[in-house]
Write a protein that binds this ligand. Structure first.
Ligand code: PGA
Length: 253
């Protein structure tokens, strides 16, 4: 997808992680129905498991909910048992993909170079990526959070993103699934540093690339987080699993 010249709408993305069986399609259906009744200011996307992606895409087809995958391989096809290619995501009805989530970087030892390769593969297939970055607790405690994340941005975003629609998500690892949300000061400081790096790397385009915050975003803190400087949306894990909570976050954007 090529870049639009207008300022992007905020993006509220629900990352279901390794949660959700067939019955979870009802939650997606409820989100789609609510947005149909009352269109949201934000763009809304759901990232279910790879196995549910096709059915979810069919469930919400024609409505406001975008669908994406939680990961894709860096190669277009081949002998990579258990992996999913970007083209398969498109074939199943997805238009977006999350790459470089900290759980992939940790559980599967994904490096920034591999993440950049996945971004290339996503773009080649026509997917809009959300590239995740975020520091572990020890880097924050050592006062190295900003340097660490800026380095991740430098190494995870290939130059081929120039002119393409993409998003960055800042997710401090210590805030994911823990209920410990980063302070607004932490968020503003980091988003400013990411913005500066995006502008250095992509010029004018870098000024408008949405930078999402992720890490324990809930209905009761979403409004304040989404209103913070340079926060262009939210990547929501736990609170995206129930339509009611996810809709409350969408409403706050
Ligand atoms: P959480 O997950 O909202 O459950 O903290 C966020 C994420 O990892 O995307």
């Amino acid at each position: 997808m090529t870049l639009s010249s207008t300022t992007p709408r905020p993006l509220v993305a629900g990352n279901w992680k390794m949660n959700g069986l067939s019955a979870a399609l009802d939650e997606a259906r409820a989100v789609a129905a609510a947005l149909d009744q009352k269109p949201a200011a934000a763009r809304v996307a759901i990232f279910p498991s790879a196995l549910l992606l096709h059915r979810l895409a069919e469930t919400v087809e024609g409505g406001a909910v975008l669908v994406g995958a939680q990961d894709c391989h860096g190669k277009a096809s081949g002998a990579h048992t258990g992996d999913v290619s970007a083209e398969m995501v498109v074939d199943a009805g997805g238009t977006m993909v999350i790459v470089g989530h900290s759980e992939r970087r940790t559980d599967h030892a994904e490096t920034c170079a591999q993440v950049a390769g996945k971004v290339e593969a996503a773009l080649a297939a026509g997917l809009e990526p959300i590239v995740c970055v975020g520091e572990p607790l020890e880097k924050r405690e050592a006062g190295q959070a900003v340097t660490y994340v800026v380095e991740q941005i430098r190494n995870s975003l290939p130059a081929s993103l120039t002119g393409q629609a993409f998003n960055v998500a800042y997710e401090p690892i210590w805030a994911i699934g823990t209920g410990h949300v980063a302070s607004i000061d932490n968020i503003v400081e980091m988003h400013a540093a990411i913005r500066a790096e995006l502008v250095a790397k992509f010029g004018e385009q870098g000024k408008v690339t949405p930078i999402l915050y992720g890490g324990s975003v809930k209905p009761d803190n979403a409004r304040e987080i989404l209103a913070a400087a340079e926060v262009g949306g939210a990547l929501v894990g736990g609170a995206s699993l129930k339509a009611k909570d996810f809709l409350a976050i969408i409403e706050a954007a």
